[in-house]
Ligand binder design. Sequence first.
Ligand SMILES: Cc1cc2nc3c(=O)[nH]c(=O)nc-3n(C[C@H](O)[C@H](O)[C@H](O)COP(=O)(O)OP(=O)(O)OC[C@H]3O[C@@H](n4cnc5c(N)ncnc54)[C@H](O)[C@@H]3O)c2cc1C
Length: 300
Amino acid sequence: MRVAVVGAGFAGIATCFEALKAGLSVTLFDQGGGASRISPGFLHPFVGKQAIPDWENYHASYHLLEVAGQAKCCGLFRLFNHPIEREGAIWWGREEIEAHLPTCTAQGGLYIPDGLRIDAKRYLDTLLKICIDKGMKIENTQVEGAHLLSQFDWVFLCTGAGAAAFKHLKITPIKGQILRLAWPQAIPPPQIPIIGAKYLVMEGDTCLVGATYEREFADPEPDIAVAKALILPYIEALYPALKGAEVLQCLAGVRASAPGHYPPIICELEPRLWVLTGLGSRGLLLHARCAQELVRKCHL
Ligand SMILES: Cc1cc2nc3c(=O)[nH]c(=O)nc-3n(C[C@H](O)[C@H](O)[C@H](O)COP(=O)(O)OP(=O)(O)OC[C@H]3O[C@@H](n4cnc5c(N)ncnc54)[C@H](O)[C@@H]3O)c2cc1C
């Protein structure tokens, strides 16, 4: 059976991996770009405002990260403004925050020892190489999708926000922007990534701060003025010493959000033409199991 996978983001490459595992012959088509490659790569199992644990998806993704040699837990600190208890996480109040994250003004949050921060580009490139070594072909080109049906038994569209081109798919494109700031030498950098409504993670002597959730946008390209207005007030409240820090870079990508944010969309658009999209802001958590489900569904 010959399969075309369109899109080389988290969803597409995981789908290639699963399809190869199932013994299918795979060709990957990709036009470049995508949200996955700009994602700062946070993975943990506690989802939504209520931090509901989703260990099943977490373990599936962790396993795929292991395959690519990228499964290294660094711990994540997730901000909360009310105390919360979760198995697999530890509540930190002011005392612990002062000890672990000096000068951070946060009042409390969950320390998640099993949290990861991966290098998304390295992960995707490694998984891509593993798939190529298993015989996958790759074409760096934009494709429309349906026309591939004449050459392939199945076509899997893993095109992220690009799937919006299919009008009957109810997905919402949500632009996300991230800023890179110079970290002020005078204050100790946080050793653990801080996540929440916004996040902050060190990269060398710079930090990445993000992200925006822009539902109304005319242009998917970086817009530094908008990014600064939406991100900096929150981050400066967390680390007042960041006020006036130099902005070195602005990155932007577009997530595809499914109705109600969850579950993602895995469906057959027309015979033999399948789509996997709507991973929203949880691409790393959801990609591995979604890819398994997609391949299993059409193999049945
Ligand atoms: C700023 C930001 C920060 C984020 N941070 C995190 C995070 O920390 N953790 C997390 O889990 N998630 C995060 N996300 C969400 C995550 O990035 C997405 O859920 C994930 O990237 C979706 O993966 P995907 O493969 O569905 O889509 P994408 O990564 O967008 O991939 C789609 C691919 O399809 C290709 N494509 C589209 N149309 C065509 C076509 N016609 N022909 C050929 N190729 C095509 C694109 O070029 C792209 O390579 C973040 C998103 C943003 C924007």
